[in-house]
Design a binder for this molecule. Structure first.
Ligand code: SAM
Ligand code: DTB
Ligand code: SF4
Length: 337
């Protein structure tokens, strides 16, 4: 079991972790988790789609691409006031980070002042801010930093060698370039991918290897389980074995020991026991709130009941108090009764 921060992982080493007996893998991941985090604490983020649908890209998993008939209603960029209303509600519901997502290939010049105003306003509420707007150039990353953005989410999505099966409208290198601009601007990175898209275990290992071998481990690593949406090319793909999903979380924890590993999209169709296994395997962040961007997430109150049953607490963050009347965290035992 390694505890050092490495950026020279070989795929065979990562595959060897995937191949460990399940209890041994979870034991190792849980042990590393404890070296850097309190395993009872889970960071809570809330997502908002600030610009929805009509995206020119062809990501085969995505309900927001204009190429697929998914029933997603196109909505233009929200007003700062509407974003703020959602952010206030997210804070009151227990989130410490608010992530604004836009269905863009990259932001247009004219969008930047509007997005910067949103970031300033959300930050002023005492929330951590995150945005995911597509590709950024150097200047755009700096503008977001100056507006007070804490994190930028930009996923690699899958292994380099599976990527061409999933996306044809931007290449892998463009993703790596955006991540460099984000890091260079002094923003924290949120970068992960999606599993359950029909990739092989070797390719899952390839995604995690690429993430861990970035010049700096992403501060947050969202591991999404594909949400299959009717009308997208990936609708109907064979489902990933749930234990393989837990293995993916555990290996991410082992090779990026100081990163927040987020149990991201896909929780809506996971049972409580599977989510609990993911927390044991080292996941320590979730998206909280009834909706992700366009698809369903577990009902907000349900998360607190699960936290209560598992003895988990939202990770504290300056200025954020979680209301006792929503279930968790103070009265975890009441929930279990
Ligand atoms: N348009 C921007 C971009 O793609 O960079 C930002 C928003 S995009 C929706 C953010 C991420 O959501 C994608 O990179 C992908 O990892 C994830 N995502 C989108 N659709 C998903 C789905 N059906 N299941 C799981 N994750 C999904
Ligand atoms: C991430 O890795 N997952 C989130 C967030 N970053 C932006 C998005 C999940 C989207 C799931 C499909 C939808 O709701 O549209
Ligand atoms: Fe557009 Fe982002 Fe969806 Fe790709 S993932 S289609 S870039 S919104």
């Amino acid at each position: 079991m390694t505890t050092e921060i490495r950026h020279d992982w070989r795929r065979e080493e990562i595959l060897a972790l995937f191949e460990l007996p399940f209890p041994e893998l979870l034991y190792q991941a849980a042990s590393v988790h404890r070296l850097h985090f309190d395993p009872a604490q889970v960071q809570v983020s809330t997502l908002l789609s600030i610009k929805t649908g009509g995206c020119p890209e062809d990501c085969a998993y995505c309900p927001q691409s204009q190429r697929y008939q998914t029933g997603v209603r196109v909505q233009k960029l929200m007003s700062t006031e509407d974003v703020l209303e959602n952010a206030r509600a997210a804070k009151a519901a227990g989130a410490s980070r608010f992530c604004m997502g836009a269905a863009w290939r990259s932001p247009k010049h004219r969008d930047m002042p509007k997005v910067a105003a949103m970031i300033r306003a959300v930050k002023a509420l005492g929330l951590e801010t995150c945005a995911t707007l597509g590709m950024l150039d150097r200047r755009q990353a700096q503008t977001l930093k100056e507006a007070g953005l804490d994190y930028y989410n930009h996923n690699l999505d899958t292994a380099p060698e599976f990527y061409e099966d999933i996306i044809h409208t931007r290449d892998y290198q463009e993703r790596l370039d955006t991540l460099k601009h984000v890091r260079d601007a002094g923003l924290r990175t949120c970068c992960g991918g999606i599993v359950g898209m029909g990739e092989s275990r070797v390719q899952r290992a390839g995604l995690l290897r690429t993430l861990a071998n970035l010049p700096a481990h992403p501060d947050s690593v969202p591991i999404n389980r594909l949400v299959q949406v009717s009308g997208t090319p990936l609708h109907g793909v064979a489902e990933l074995d749930p234990f393989e999903f837990v293995r993916t979380i555990a290996v991410a924890r082992l090779i990026m020991p100081r990163s927040m590993v987020r149990l991201s999209a896909g929780r809506e169709t996971m049972n409580d026991e599977l989510q609990a296994l993911c927390f044991i395997a080292g996941a320590n962040s979730i998206f909280h709130g009834d909706k992700l961007l366009t698809t369903a997430n577990p009902e907000a109150g349900y998360d607190w009941i699960l936290f209560g049953r598992l003895g988990l607490q939202p990770m504290p963050y300056a200025g954020v108090t979680v209301h006792a009347d929503i279930g968790c965290p103070g009265n975890a035992r009441d929930n279990a009764a």
